[in-house]
Design a protein around this ligand. Structure first.
Ligand SMILES: Nc1ncnc2c1ncn2[C@@H]1O[C@H](COP(=O)(O)OP(=O)(O)OP(=O)(O)O)[C@@H](O)[C@H]1O
Length: 242
């Protein structure tokens, strides 16, 4: 396998005694751009967390060929973050570069400048001194992007990254994700918007009924697979694109 490939071989996860998904086999090629789709509770976040080693496998293997923990950048779901934690916007962004800090957690002037640039990139430069609980939901989501930008990671993993964002900001930050892809990074993103997936993500993993269908987006996202995955309900899928 090429260095940087993330491979799953017959992988399965069991939580609270119940299988989330099983017999999942496939790989995220180095530099690929893949969406993870599926209904609520299908196990999309669990798949990201299994790759990060935060959720143990009940079966099979996940191989991270030549990748180390510092090679992964992770944007978690905003609603799973405790925003009461007393930390400023600037310090939270700096935390994205933890692996570049000194032994005592000190940030160099260059690192602080990078953090300021990252905040400017997501149009949060004016908010640097505020505490994170003072941000709106959309501002907090942009903060998570700035923090991810700071990781400079080879693999960018994003869990519902466009939640709470208005349309122009979504377009802007989707553009940033595409830039990362053009730079050769691997992108893995949990998304609910099928239109977005079809337009921007060449590959998809569709979690459905405890299994994964995996491959080129146009081949995998058909009306039949979507009906099955979403239990007969239609996900966001504009008529013009169907
Ligand atoms: N820590 C946990 N302990 C027990 N069960 C869990 C845990 N985390 C998730 N689960 C269960 O695992 C299943 C998959 O959850 P997961 O969050 O991965 O789904 P998802 O596809 O990301 O859902 P959503 O679209 O709602 O975010 C769900 O049934 C959930 O209840």
């Amino acid at each position: 396998m090429i260095q940087g490939t993330i491979g799953l071989d017959n992988a399965g996860v069991v939580l609270n005694g119940a299988p989330v998904w099983q017999h999942v086999t496939g790989h995220f090629a180095a530099g690929s751009m893949t969406a993870i789709a599926g209904a609520n509770g299908a196990g999309k976040s669990t798949l990201l967390r299994a790759i990060l080693g935060e959720v143990p496998l009940a079966a099979g293997t996940i191989t991270l060929d030549g990748l180390h923990p510092r090679d992964f950048g992770y944007l978690p779901q905003a609603r799973k973050i405790d925003r009461a934690f007393p930390i400023s916007v600037a310090d939270m962004v700096l935390g994205g570069a933890w692996h570049r800090m000194g032994a005592f957690g000190g940030a160099t002037r260059a690192l602080r400048q990078r953090a300021a640039d990252a905040l400017d990139r997501v149009k949060l430069g004016q908010q640097a001194g505020r505490m994170i609980d003072a941000l709106s939901a959309g501002q907090f989501q942009r903060l998570l992007f700035a923090r991810l930008l700071m990781t400079d990671a080879r693999v960018m993993m994003l869990d519902e990254p466009f939640t709470a964002l208005d349309a122009p900001t979504t377009q802007d930050l989707l553009g940033l994700v595409c830039e990362w892809h053009e730079q050769g990074r691997t992108i893995i993103a949990v998304l609910h918007d099928m239109h977005q997936i079809r337009r921007c993500f060449p590959h998809v993993v569709l979690l459905s009924g405890g299994r994964a269908v995996w491959g080129e987006t146009a081949r995998i996202l058909t009306p039949a697979t979507l009906r099955q995955a979403y239990d007969g309900m239609q996900p966001r899928w504009p008529d013009t694109d169907a």
